[in-house]
Design a protein around this ligand. Structure first.
Ligand code: GN1
Ligand code: MG
Length: 360
């Protein structure tokens, strides 16, 4: 692999590079912080996981269109400090494109946002801000003039995820299906699979629209300033047409779980109503465009995401851990147990959530 300082030298950055070191804890790409000398901005260098994002040209086209459009909206709204409220991608020194191919890997560089923080957990106050920010993010992109492609086709399509699990089961590549616990998880998933594909059915019936969504609204994909105000949404690789549940449900999947998504202590997993209520209030304020069917199904979206994530972790476990980065052999199984425990906890809250949403 070429040196990261050689790679960074291909981009039209300002300032002399002092240091490049790993940043963050994403499960897909490799991320580095690039520190420069003097007044020049610092940067974020990323190696794009090309096995997962197979069309990097389309990916960067999407991201450039999205950041351009949001920047325009911020200017029109008379916002200040815009460079901290939307990501800026840096072109190459000798070409306008915002990615570099070194013969093996794809790389990109964005400007590092100073004095900004990401969190792996939030309190209700931050949850409300996050809800409003994700709702606003979707609202800002509602009239984007560019056509955005699906950077991972059918990314949040539950029918596809269910099929992929069926394929993983049929192949049993890692020979893990003989474990009785694994079989029990599979049975539980199969029991709810059909119900969880409701979104795709509503879409086919013409009752549910697709909109431009972020599709990876993990709590740590949002930057806050020192006062807890949302600055911007990051990790834009999966911005694409989807159901609004993608952003609503995926945030609560991480933020409203009492523990991290890979905490082995499943008995501690529980769905936090305080985080849900604050997020839902914020989101409905920001997402001014919601149709009655979308609003009514937000509880379904909240239930769908722990389920879909469990199915994805579980399929990866059966496939021998080829998709998500793992830190130990059982990591994907531990994640699956955790997400199924969350699914059960959310399921027990369905009536309560429906009543709460109807009252907003
Ligand atoms: C991945 O890149 P990261 O870690 O923010 C994944 C999400 C999953 C998440 C689970 C492209 O997100 O869909 O929800 O891990 N991204 C992709 O932690 O598959
Ligand atoms: Mg991330």
């Amino acid at each position: 692999m070429p040196q990261t300082d050689v790679i960074i030298g291909k981009f039209a950055i300002k300032g002399e590079v002092l240091q490049v070191k790993p940043l963050g804890n994403g499960l897909i790409n490799d991320t580095y912080k690039v520190t420069t000398a003097g007044d020049a901005p610092d940067y974020v260098l990323q190696r794009i996981n090309n096995a997962i994002f197979q069309d990097v040209d389309l990916l960067q086209h999407n991201i450039e269109a999205v950041t351009r459009h949001i920047r325009k909206k911020l200017v029109e709204a008379g916002e200040s400090d815009i460079d901290r409220k939307v990501l800026t991608f840096v072109p190459l020194k000798d070409a306008p494109q915002t990615y570099y191919f070194d013969g093996e890997s794809y790389w990109r560089v964005s400007v590092f946002i100073p004095d900004a923080f990401t969190y792996d957990t939030v309190d209700p106050k931050y949850s409300r801000f996050a809800g409003e920010a994700f709702g606003r993010f979707e609202a800002q992109l509602a009239d984007i003039p560019d056509t955005l492609g699906e950077t991972i086709p059918d990314f949040h399509n539950m029918e596809l995820r269910a099929r992929q699990l069926d394929e993983a089961v049929a192949a049993d590549k890692a020979g893990r299906l003989k474990d009785p616990e694994v079989k029990a998880i599979l049975e539980e998933i199969n029991k709810y699979k059909y119900d969880m594909c409701l979104g795709e059915r509503l879409y086919r019936e013409g009752k549910l629209p697709k909109r431009i969504c972020h599709c990876d609204t993990k709590v740590n994909n949002m930057m806050f300033d020192a006062d807890g105000r949302v600055l911007c949404v990051i990790d834009l690789d999966t911005v694409m047409p989807s159901f609004v549940f993608s952003d609503f449900g995926d945030f609560l999947r991480t933020a409203a779980n009492t523990v991290a998504e890979d905490d082995p202590a499943t008995e501690k997993v529980a769905f936090r109503r305080d985080i849900f209520e604050a997020f839902a209030q914020g989101y409905i304020k920001g997402a001014t465009f919601l149709t009655p069917v979308e609003k009514e199904n937000l509880p379904y979206g909240t239930l769908l995401f722990p389920f879909m994530q469990a199915v994805r972790f579980f399929a990866d476990y059966l496939n021998g851990d080829t998709y998500y980065k793992i830190k130990y052999p059982e990591h994907n199984l531990v994640r699956t147990r955790n997400q199924m425990a969350l699914f059960r906890s959310v399921l027990a809250n369905m009536d309560y959530m429906k009543e709460f949403i109807a009252g907003l």
